[in-house]
Write a protein that binds this ligand. Sequence first.
Ligand code: SAH
Length: 396
Amino acid sequence: MQKLWLKKNEDRRIRAGHLWVFSNEVDTAKSPLTAFAPGEAASLHDWRGVCLGSVCVSPAALICARLHSRKAGVELDEALIHTRLQNALALRQSLFHEPWYRLCHSEGDFLPGLVVDRYGDHLTLQIGTAGMERRKESIVAALSALLGHTSLYFDNDLGVRGLENLSRQPESRGNLPESLVVPENGCHFRVPVAGGQKTGWFYDQRCNRQDFARHAQGQDVLDIFSYAGGFGVYAAAAGARSVTFLDASAPALELARHNAAANAPNLAAADAISSLCGDAFQLLAELAAQGRRFGLISLDPPAFIKRRKDMAQGLAAYRKVNLLAMRLLRPGGILVSSSCSHHLTAEALRTCVAQAAARLGLHGRLLGSGSQGPDHPVHASMPETAYLKCVTLQAS
Ligand code: SAH
């Protein structure tokens, strides 16, 4: 196995438990990255020669290596992948009664670059590194041995695959269903298998949706950035008076309306399910101008801060959209505001909603906060893996 050498003093993050090596930390005079095949395993050494563990190398990417073992000379082979996936599965089986969850959460399951979402017998995979791409057949074999699944979809349309010079063409194995019905906390959601958003369903908001629904009884509910209706459908099933979904995607809204009607036929019968298609910033301003008000609002935007350099612009977008949403609350109304940008801290999101309340001359109080569900474990030494936060604010 080749050696990957770090420059002097560039070993601290790895020693503190982190799994990533950045290309500017590598001593490329001693170990040029071009000497490695994409995804090749290597032993990682500090400048004194001490081995820090085993990595898979991504020669073309800024994050040029990811550690999969703290021991020297360890291949990420089928046996190791199998063991890691078996542990990942055991955790999910202890958390959930039904086989619908994120089965593997990359670094959080010590398999950097591999995400697997399980939909019963169907699996959707996101492979984000050259290391995992190289081991694709071992991954498939390990999953098959553990689960005996019937269909697989490789969702390759990921920005990170571009950074790693990997193809973005999707691929499938077995007979793909066109859509699936995801059961979650007593609700059920029809979602697409291929070509949808994320892997078809956002499992990460499972617990926050449940908290949201606790405030829904008798309320007019607005689900902003609804996708297939996660938050609004929970509210509909929990006794909301009406639900309005808002999203830029017409197919997503069609699913949201369908899912709401399927979970709350009484609301469909009362004509109390509606949707608004378009840009949220514009539509929220229009709703305010029309004097529309809601008792409960979910605000779950896409990541506005994807890279650190988007910080200022992204933060401004979070501030603006939170202000626009909060303006639509009735007195005593509740806003559940989420962010999936790992660059925006939980503290920064709280400040954002607090400032919105203050600017509107309202008293805001925080009723709770949430994070990604437990099938998205956070690596204890990698703050980057804690990306989702959610705060509940009541304004009066
Ligand atoms: N709340 C959802 C997940 C939301 S994902 C759930 O619980 O499952 C983010 C959504 O924002 C996507 O559906 C996307 O279509 C939508 N979106 C992105 N930009 C938008 C914009 N400018 N205006 C309205 N919707 C937008």
